[in-house]
Design a protein around this ligand. Sequence first.
Ligand code: GTP
Ligand code: MG
Length: 295
Amino acid sequence: MNKDFKSGFVSLIGRPNVGKSTLMNTLVGEKIAIVSNKPQTTRNRVQAVLTTDEFQAVFLDTPGIHRAKSKLDGYMQKSVQTALTEIDVILYLCEPTTKLLEEDRGVLSGIQTKAPIVLVVNKTDKLAAGGDLPIIEAYRGIYGFSEIIPISAKNAENTDKLVDIIKKYLPAGVRYFEDDYLTDCPERQIIAELVREKALLLLRDEIPHGIATVAERVTEYPQSLTIEVTIYCEKRSHKGIIIGKNGATLKKIGTLAREDAQRLLGVKINLQTWVKVKEGWRDDDFLLRNMGYSS
Ligand SMILES: Nc1nc2c(ncn2[C@@H]2O[C@H](COP(=O)(O)OP(=O)(O)OP(=O)(O)O)[C@@H](O)[C@H]2O)c(=O)[nH]1
Ligand SMILES: [Mg+2]
């Protein structure tokens, strides 16, 4: 037992689409959380663990902070709040533009914590070299951040320096989890989330936000896993679009999700997908609970 070992909980917070899930995946080296170019992709708090010889960091990915319009939004915002209590380090992510500075100021002023807040300016690969300095100055003016670091989560640029910063702020502590432990997310939920990710990728307009995916039935064999995932949508017309001509869209969603799931879980996966209409599920407490969106 290393007496200098450090460990603790690290929250990833920020507005929708800034790259929180991408960063968590980069930091732990596996794709645990789903990612998309549409805002409000993450709906639940997702945990992923990075263990080295010197420290164990338990990352909590959270939904993007936004104004709640539905009961689902309310649930999402509550899961952000729970990721702020008993936390050792907060990573507050933003993009390298001053456009949302005032909104971030508002969010940060509402955060009550004793934990250090590290401002992570993500997506610096979108800037010309050296272009990130004015934004850092602007952000320095809105909050007393413990550190400010520009990175590219997508290209893993400067993320090693970010890991050093995280380590610096972690307290001395024990290993909470076995060295090879990666996430608290059950396999069936990871697969259902991957199906939702592919639906987000392949569908446009208002449909993605009205989709929920639920793993209904799982059968495990020694070398393979058979799983049924139901895609819930809000309208009959959406069901047709999700299925696509001759079932082509649904087939594509299933194929892409299965490939990712096999890569991550290392077993052969038989995935069956169904589409069902549940009008108004985003504001229905009973349905939300059944879909796993309840605290
Ligand atoms: N160019 C660039 N794009 C990035 C980077 N990090 C993330 N992205 C992209 O930004 C989009 C949003 O990424 P996510 O990781 O889903 O963002 P998020 O903050 O988790 O979003 P929500 O879950 O909706 O709050 C995706 O299209 C990512 O590929 C980066 O470093 N550079
Ligand atoms: Mg996310």
